[in-house]
Design a protein around this ligand. Structure first.
Ligand code: SAM
Ligand code: DTB
Ligand code: SF4
Length: 351
């Protein structure tokens, strides 16, 4: 495959597997070449996470410390007060984060909670930060309300391939997740969608997972690639480690398949040394979570990240750089909606 190929949405599993099977240096060279066509290779977008509602989640995601199905010793908390969230967002902005991501351990937001969440979006946005939320499944109406409040990104992960999914989560389906992603797109928000590597999946699952993302009608603007954090008390606590080079390959293939997306080196950096993280940036990762806690699990200290950036000559990506993407995303959304209408029209005509 040449690195000048157009953006595609029709990848086959064998094409994606072929990329994974390339010699490591060839794959990284290709990924870095693609990366340089669309991004400044020395800029990394910086987001900070906050858990706005912790633990006692009704879902059974086998990796998750917050699932009420497992005893992980986590203290559950009610929905945080809006002022506390804004205070944390302000602190994150001061340390250099441009996006504030708020996560709740919900299956989906309730009618009672949504107004508080909308208020959080409005107030965090008024600080001049990009906003992101991950609250579980969304209906069309909920997605519209969040978009109207000014939410920039919605995170909802596919987590793994369609065929491995049932081994990891039984309380909601792959299709449920695709439906939420569709609702987020239709509402005009940007999509943040990725997955977790190292859950005992096979090579084919990592390829199948990336193929799903790359074949969505519009690529997610943000693609978090998490390495499983093995949480004691969860069913995956003793799963075998993934070969670190396979993780780097996953980043590289994500970069090649979705050339214009930000690929986030997401959870799991606490278990990676600086050399491993540098390889991930080389493979095309250009976003991280910054701050010493993810939602509930540890993340490297901000100081360590500042040192790493300095040693690698990496600068945090300024907010203005991603602004150009906004118009492009709006255009794509309108194109997808038009295609959808045309399809509906076609289906009706053939009914
Ligand atoms: N409840 C919402 C949902 O699942 O959509 C939002 C929060 S949930 C914690 C967000 C994502 O965090 C999950 O989809 C998963 O990819 C990631 N995650 C959770 N536990 C993890 C772990 N132990 N290691 C790596 N990633 C994890
Ligand atoms: C994502 O893909 N990873 C982040 C974010 N999206 C919400 C969450 C990682 C959570 C890791 C486990 C924890 O902190 O509880
Ligand atoms: Fe709940 Fe999200 Fe954790 Fe699944 S990943 S158990 S939905 S908080």
């Amino acid at each position: 495959m040449s690195s000048t190929n157009a953006i595609r949405h029709d990848w086959t599993l064998s094409e994606v597997r072929e990329l994974f099977e390339r010699p490591f240096n060839d794959l990284l060279f290709e990924a870095q070449t693609v990366h340089r066509q669309h991004f400044d290779p020395n800029e990394v977008q910086v987001s900070t996470l906050l858990s706005i509602k912790t633990g006692a989640c009704p879902e059974d995601c086998m990796y998750c410390p917050q699932s009420g199905h497992y005893n992980t010793g986590l203290e559950k908390e009610k929905l945080l007060e809006v002022e506390k969230v804004v205070e944390q967002a302000r602190a994150a902005k001061e340390t250099g984060a441009t996006r504030f991501c708020m996560g709740a351990a919900w299956r989906s937001p309730t009618k009672k909670d949504l107004p508080y969440v909308l208020d959080m979006v409005r107030q965090v946005k008024s600080l001049g930060m990009e906003t992101c939320m991950t609250l579980g499944m969304l209906t069309e109406d909920q997605a519209d309300e969040l978009a109207e409040a000014g939410l920039d990104y919605y995170n909802h992960n596919l987590d793994t391939s369609e065929r491995y999914y049932n081994h990891i989560i039984t309380t909601r389906t792959y299709q449920d997740r695709l439906d939420t992603l569709d609702n987020v797109r239709k509402a005009g928000m940007k999509v943040c969608c990725g997955g977790i590597m190292g859950m005992g999946e096979e090579d084919e699952d990592r390829a199948g997972f990336l193929m799903q993302l790359a074949n969505l009608p519009v690529h997610p603007e943000s693609v978090p690639i998490n390495q499983l954090i093995k949480i004691p008390g969860t069913p995956l606590e003793e799963v075998e480690d993934l070969d670190p080079f396979e993780f780097v390959r996953t980043i590289a293939v994500a970069r090649i398949l979705m050339p214009k997306s930000h690929v986030r080196l997401s959870a799991g950096r606490e278990d990676m040394n600086d050399q491993m993280q540098a390889l991930c940036f080389m493979a095309g990762a250009n976003s991280i979570f910054y701050g010493d806690t993810l939602l509930t699990a540890d993340n490297p200290e901000a100081d360590a990240d500042r040192r790493l950036f300095r040693r690698l000559g990496i600068r945090p990506e300024p907010l203005s750089t991603n602004r150009d993407d906004a118009d492009e995303a709006a255009e794509l959304v309108s194109r997808v909606e038009k295609e959808r209408q045309a399809q509906l029209f076609y289906d009706a005509a053939n009914a």
